[in-house]
Design a protein around this ligand. Structure first.
Ligand SMILES: Cc1cc2nc3c(=O)[nH]c(=O)nc-3n(C[C@H](O)[C@H](O)[C@H](O)COP(=O)(O)OP(=O)(O)OC[C@H]3O[C@@H](n4cnc5c(N)ncnc54)[C@H](O)[C@@H]3O)c2cc1C
Ligand SMILES: NC(=O)c1ccc[n+]([C@@H]2O[C@H](COP(=O)([O-])OP(=O)(O)OC[C@H]3O[C@@H](n4cnc5c(N)ncnc54)[C@H](OP(=O)(O)O)[C@@H]3O)[C@@H](O)[C@H]2O)c1
Length: 262
């Protein structure tokens, strides 16, 4: 066996969840002492690595879907993955089952966290496509921290209804948040009752998103995190700018920030 790369630890898959063909979650346990305390901030990502058929390490970034959870001496990390058939790592991840070894980065990072949001934000809009919903589910698990927002709007855009993952968890969270959390599913390539159809930028502009969430958009109150498909991020940025919102920088407060998945 090759040496584990610096900055990685050996973990074990303890559960696999099948959502749809090519779409699955892996629950992984890693030794907690390989991580700082807290191990990560909700919304951050780590890395997963495996050795490919040529004996080379392949490593890629994956967001945690959960918040830092300890089980005895172990840290539990959950990842939502879509298999890219021509990709290097995801076809290897797609073969993993409970009991298999996976190598996990020990230095989680990323700035799409609640503490990066300016204090002026009253409503937090979390706009995601595909597996980009992951970091938002992690953030929403930090219930106490999220109570400071008046509304939390979770928008999840997918191609087909079977890709609307973690519905049961979202329903539980909606109960916990007692009306504060609004969930707006979007299915772009099928008609699905209770979901919008189309794409995030157009649905924002036409005010269908705000109508579905029953939350008013204003540059004074709204803050947006965008996550997932870089084309969605690009088009949504353009739309938000045309609506009078600005990119948030630490040096200059704005109303949106984003994470591209590829
Ligand atoms: C900060 C960050 C967090 C991420 N979190 C997640 C996550 O939680 N879950 C997850 O599934 N992925 C996530 N990704 C994407 C992940 O890192 C890999 O890029 C992805 O899994 C593909 O890896 P691969 O080795 O199979 O494909 P590669 O061999 O790297 O890529 C093959 C081709 O597919 C394109 N591609 C990469 N990802 C996608 C995608 N999702 N959809 C369409 N085309 C794509 C690439 O541009 C490339 O041209 C994240 C990426 C970043 C930067
Ligand atoms: N989803 C699948 O069935 C499937 C199956 C096997 C493999 N894969 C692999 O997984 C990759 C990622 O899949 P994914 O389902 O997460 O794909 P995706 O192409 O990122 O689609 C997710 C959602 O983002 C929307 N979207 C795409 N471009 C957009 C833009 N410019 N602006 C706003 N919204 C936009 C899509 O709408 P539109 O539908 O209008 O494009 C869809 O609703 C695929 O590229 C493929 O390689 C996917």
């Amino acid at each position: 066996m090759k040496d584990i790369p610096v900055g990685f630890t050996a973990g074990r898959v303890i559960k696999r969840i099948e959502w749809a063909q090519h779409l699955f979650s892996l629950v992984v346990e890693v030794p907690a002492n390989a991580y700082p305390s807290p191990a990560f901030i909700a919304g951050q990502f780590s890395k997963l690595a495996l050795v490919n058929g040529q004996g080379e390490w392949v490593r890629r970034a994956y967001s945690m879907v959960n918040n830092p959870t300890l089980k005895k001496q172990n840290l539990i990390l959950e990842f939502l993955v879509i298999e890219i058939p021509q990709g290097q790592l995801t076809p290897l991840l797609a073969h993993l089952q409970a009991g298999n070894t996976i190598y996990v980065g020990t230095q989680p990072s990323g700035f799409m966290t609640v503490d990066e949001i300016p204090d002026s934000a009253i409503d937090l809009w979390m706009l995601s496509t595909g597996t980009g919903i992951g970091p938002f589910l992690s953030i929403l698990e930090e219930v106490e921290q999220c109570q400071k927002f008046e509304h939390l709007v979770l928008v999840h855009a997918v191609r087909t209804k079977e890709e609307l993952v973690y519905k049961d968890k979202i329903i539980e969270m909606m109960k916990t948040y007692q009306g504060k959390l609004r969930y707006v599913p979007i299915v772009s390539r099928e008609v699905e009752q209770g979901a919008l159809q189309g794409r995030i930028p157009e649905l924002l502009k036409s005010e269908q998103l705000s109508a579905a969430a029953h939350v008013t958009l204003t540059p004074e109150h709204s803050f947006f995190y965008l996550c997932g498909n870089p084309n969605m991020v690009h088009d949504t940025r353009d739309t938000l700018e045309s609506m009078g919102y600005q990119k948030h920088l630490r040096s200059e407060s704005g109303q949106f920030s984003f994470e591209n998945y590829w």
